[in-house]
Design a binder for this molecule. Structure first.
Ligand code: SAM
Length: 247
């Protein structure tokens, strides 16, 4: 177990310099062009809120939430170089800490109004441990907004292309085999976890969350003009956002 955790953390350490560079240069079309807007709409008005960001990376979304008036934003990440980079741009209402979001025992019950998880649950061997912990540290009627890889894409398969490279359709395969998947991202071999849609939904309900909404972000004409590389987003879902509340 510890060995697996160390391996996953090591992969993120290897990815971190390229990830931080891309983020700082604003070259993150999937997040800037596709996910940010629906994530912010799902978060709603954050003014005055106490917010936790699980798997905050180099702090991009924490900074956005702080700029939108959150009174306190705590970002947690397992990867030390990400937290070091986040601290470099830390606002007075931000705090960052190296931590595994599957164990939040250092945080008090009902401490937060809003928790966000922006492309993090797909990286966790035990998303239920994170979900249970988030439920515990949220106040009653607090909200949990989770952006994740869409289960139809995390299953694996990629694009079926013609000989001249035209994208014909996406292949969906091994959907019911929930388990590790191996990818190559930014030149680094990388592991994440595929689970079916019902695994996530049943998990959230089992822990006690109410599902307020499910969003499958697609690309608007305006965004497409800015980010033409996101054209695939008109054809297939890449991501999913679960908007949850604690009754
Ligand atoms: C896909 S990145 C997303 C980063 C950030 N949320 C963003 O959108 O820029 C996933 C992040 O989750 C972190 N992570 C992976 N496993 C984690 C764990 N068990 N606990 C905390 N953070 C973790 C990684 O280090 C990485 O920074």
């Amino acid at each position: 177990m510890q060995e697996k955790k160390d391996q996953l953390r090591q992969e993120w350490i290897e990815l971190s310099s390229a990830w931080i560079k891309e983020s700082r240069e604003g070259r993150t079309p999937h997040r800037n062009g596709l996910l940010d807007q629906p994530m912010l709409e799902a978060c709603g008005n954050v003014e005055g809120l106490q917010v936790l960001d699980c798997g905050c990376g180099e702090g991009r979304f924490c900074r956005i939430l702080a700029q939108r008036g959150a009174s306190y934003v705590l970002g947690l990440d397992l990867c030390e170089p990400m937290i070091k980079a986040a601290r470099e741009l830390q606002a007075s209402c931000n705090e960052y800490r190296v931590a595994d979001v599957q164990n939040l025992s250092f945080l008090l019950d009902q401490r937060f109004d809003l928790v966000v998880s922006y492309l993090n649950q797909c990286d966790l061997p035990d998303f239920m441990a994170n979900t249970r912990e988030v439920y515990r540290i949220l106040r009653n009627r607090g909200r949990f907004v989770v952006a994740n890889l869409h289960p139809m894409r995390s299953a694996g398969g990629g694009w079926y292309k013609t000989e001249n490279g035209k994208k014909e359709h996406v292949i969906l395969d091994r959907y019911f085999e929930g388990n590790e998947r191996y990818w190559r991202m930014m030149g680094v071999n990388f592991t994440n976890f595929h689970r079916t849609l019902s695994t996530y939904i049943h998990g959230f309900i089992e822990v006690g969350f109410k599902i307020e909404g499910i969003i499958e972000p697609t690309i608007s004409k305006d965004q497409l003009a800015l980010y033409p590389e996101l054209e695939d987003g008109l054809r297939v879902p890449n991501f999913i956002i679960y908007s949850l509340s604690k009754p």
